[in-house]
Structure formats: structure tokens, C-alpha cells
Design a protein around this ligand. Structure first.
Ligand code: SF4
Length: 121
């Protein structure tokens, strides 16, 4: 079983946090990074690589939900959706180094990973 994490990677604190959180868990075996740009551009190989995963986490910085929309666009509907601003009360700003409440996001991602892999993380 494989899990794909798609961080929106937006140009703001919450967008950057999605990348930082994803990098913490990606191991290129069971947990894979999914390319936020390649999918909406329709790049065949990237879509094929994304689809090797059985389930996904859409890590969205804000309610615009670019990560979720990207998965929707290629017909992937089996995903857990996380929105950093509304789920954790993190305010969006332009300080890319801001990691306030990032630990809460990590906790949530860890919960999803544990439930997907039946407690093995
Ligand atoms: S979801 Fe929000 S933070 Fe992420 S890329 Fe889209 S607009 Fe930017």
C-alpha cells in the first residue's frame, strides 16, 4: 500500500508549511511526494507516478484548496483533505519562515498515516 502526499507549495507561510510537513514523512517507498505542478499541467508520467498511490493526503495552505483541486482534476477522489488556515487557525502571511502551529499539522498527518498503515509509522 502506498500513500501520496500532495502539498500545495503556495508562496506564503502556510503554503511553505505544506512542503515542510510533507518532507518530514515522505520516504519514497510507502509515502510518496506528489508533484503539485505536473498534475494540473497534464504531464503524463507525473500523473502515472501519482496514480501508483492507493490513497492521498491533499495538504492545502488555505481554503482555495489548490492541492485538492489538483487531485480532483485528474480524477483522484480518494484523499484526506487538510486546510492549514481553517483546520488549525493558522493565519496566512508572507513570512515563509513562519512555522507557528506546524506541529498540529504534523500531528494530523501522522494520525492519517497511522490509520492508513494500521499504526505502523
Ligand atoms: S491552497 Fe492557498 S496557499 Fe496553497 S497554493 Fe493555493 S492559494 Fe496558495
Amino acid at each position: 500500500m502506498r500513500l501520496g502526499i500532495l502539498p500545495c507549495q503556495g508562496a506564503c507561510n502556510v503554503g511553505n508549511m505544506t512542503s515542510k510537513v510533507a518532507l518530514k514523512y515522505v520516504d519514497n517507498e510507502r509515502i510518496n511526494m506528489v508533484c503539485a505542478l505536473g498534475l494540473p499541467l497534464g504531464i503524463e508520467n507525473i500523473i502515472k507516478m501519482a496514480k501508483i498511490n492507493d490513497k492521498f493526503i491533499a495538504l492545502n495552505g488555505c481554503p482555495i484548496k489548490c492541492a485538492s483541486k489538483t487531485l480532483d482534476k485528474i480524477g483522484i477522489t480518494e484523499y484526506e483533505e487538510i486546510v492549514l488556515t481553517s483546520d488549525f487557525g493558522i493565519e496566512k502571511n508572507k513570512n515563509f519562515k513562519d512555522e507557528s502551529n506546524m506541529d498540529k499539522v504534523e500531528q494530523k498527518v501522522e494520525e492519517i498515516i497511522k490509520s492508513f498503515f494500521h499504526d505502523q509509522i
